[in-house]
Design a protein around this ligand. Structure first.
Ligand code: CAA
Ligand code: NAD
Length: 306
């Protein structure tokens, strides 16, 4: 049970949302929970085991320390102010290993494993737990939200809220409506995303929404270019940084996103949309994942990471 929650107050928060649930505290979920708490929301943060919950909370602490150290270094904050902010943000995050603690949430965001069957089971359970007015939002990268929204028993309350890695720094949130999303729910979701200091954009429930539809095939094309021996991975990356102004080259970015995630997005699309030629899987990507070289998170992908 979640006890002793203090009502969050911040000029940034929107009145319709007080308590936010975050399920899955991995790469994305820890960043979303942190960002919501930093904006002044009470957050119920759920993961499957105490170990994965603790790992997610530790990640939040590490990121907060980095962000706060920057304020202190710039002279905006004293170290006492940084300590107070740290305590205030962490005090708004209530860890749990049971979905039952989400009952009272006004908005629950899901960032669990990218598997439609697992999401269906999860949304069925969530629909039975969260109060009827609660909005359910998925952070899925590549699945059709309409494929699992119905399992919740309240598809009009389901939207996509697609954040970008690293959540703490990336300013965009894609807000996705299915054919069944209630316009009021969509409007609240957009205003909530804006209240985090992000820029929300609207999109229909189309494969990859806006960013991944354009980005992931681009990462794949970079790998095909390399596999054909037309250019080295280093030269491909430097080219897109210096010639196209991207902050990271595409092969570095594939490592950063995670090669398993990139592969599963592409494989899912190839299977579901076999006639769409921009969805194709580079062989080297399959090979890297087979070898357990998943990119930054495992210390090695196409590159070695410290
Ligand atoms: N929390 C807190 N601080 C962080 C942080 C985090 N998670 N990550 C980085 N920082 C800090 C660093 O410590 C550093 O702080 P100092 O300046 O005090 O040293 C600062 O932020 C800047 O970081 P970096 O020095 O590493 O470098 P950078 O300026 O290159 O910025 C970046 C990093 C924002 C990640 C930038 O390289 C970038 O924009 N890369 C592209 C990321 C991208 O495209 N993301 C989308 C992926 S696709 C996706 O997410 C969707 C999907 O569904 C797959
Ligand atoms: P991750 O593997 O880092 O984290 C997933 C977390 O969810 C883990 O902590 C795991 O223990 C937990 N989890 C799994 N099943 C659960 C369940 N039934 N109940 C509670 N917790 C559960 O994954 P991630 O990269 O953060 O991706 C999560 C979601 O976000 C996916 O839908 C993915 O497509 C999407 N996404 C990923 C990225 C990215 O760059 N990796 C970007 C945007 C969106």
């Amino acid at each position: 049970m979640i006890r002793g929650t203090v009502r969050a107050f911040s000029s940034k928060t929107i009145p319709e949302i007080t308590r936010v649930g975050m399920v899955g505290l991995g790469l994305m979920g820890h960043g979303i929970a942190q960002t919501a708490a930093m904006a002044g929301y009470d957050v119920v943060a759920v993961d499957m085991t105490q170990k994965s919950l603790d790992a997610g909370l530790a990640r939040i602490e590490g990121s907060l320390n980095k962000l706060h150290a920057r304020h202190v270094k710039k002279g905006d904050w004293t170290t006492d102010k940084a300590k107070d902010e740290f305590a205030a943000v962490m005090g708004r995050i209530h860890g749990s290993v049971t979905n039952k603690d989400l009952a009272d949430c006004d908005l629950v965001i899901e960032a669990i494993v990218e598997n439609v069957d697992i999401k269906k089971v999860f949304y069925k359970e969530l629909g039975g737990i969260v109060k009827p007015s609660g909005i359910l939002a998925s952070n899925t990268s590549s699945l059709s939200i309409g494929d699992f929204a119905g399992s919740s028993g309240r598809p009009s309350q389901v939207v996509g809220l697609h954040f970008f890695n690293p959540v703490q720094l990336m300013k965009l949130v894609e807000v996705v409506e299915t054919s069944q999303t209630d316009p009021k729910v969509f409007d609240i979701s957009k205003r909530w995303a804006a209240s985090l200091g992000k820029t929300p954009v609207s999109c229909k429930d189309t494969p990859g929404f806006i960013v991944n539809r354009l980005l992931v095939p681009n990462l794949a094309q970079a790998l095909f270019l390399m596999e054909r021996g037309d250019a080295s991975m280093e030269d491909i990356d430097i080219s897109m940084q210096l010639g196209a102004g991207h902050p990271m080259g595409p092969i570095t970015l594939a490592d950063y996103v995670g090669l398993d995630t990139t592969l599963s997005i592409l494989e899912g699309w190839v299977k579901k949309y076999p006639n769409e030629p921009i969805f194709a899987v580079p062989e080297s990507l399959r090979q890297k994942v087979k070898e357990g070289k998943l990119g930054r998170k495992t210390g090695e992908g196409y590159y070695k990471w410290d």
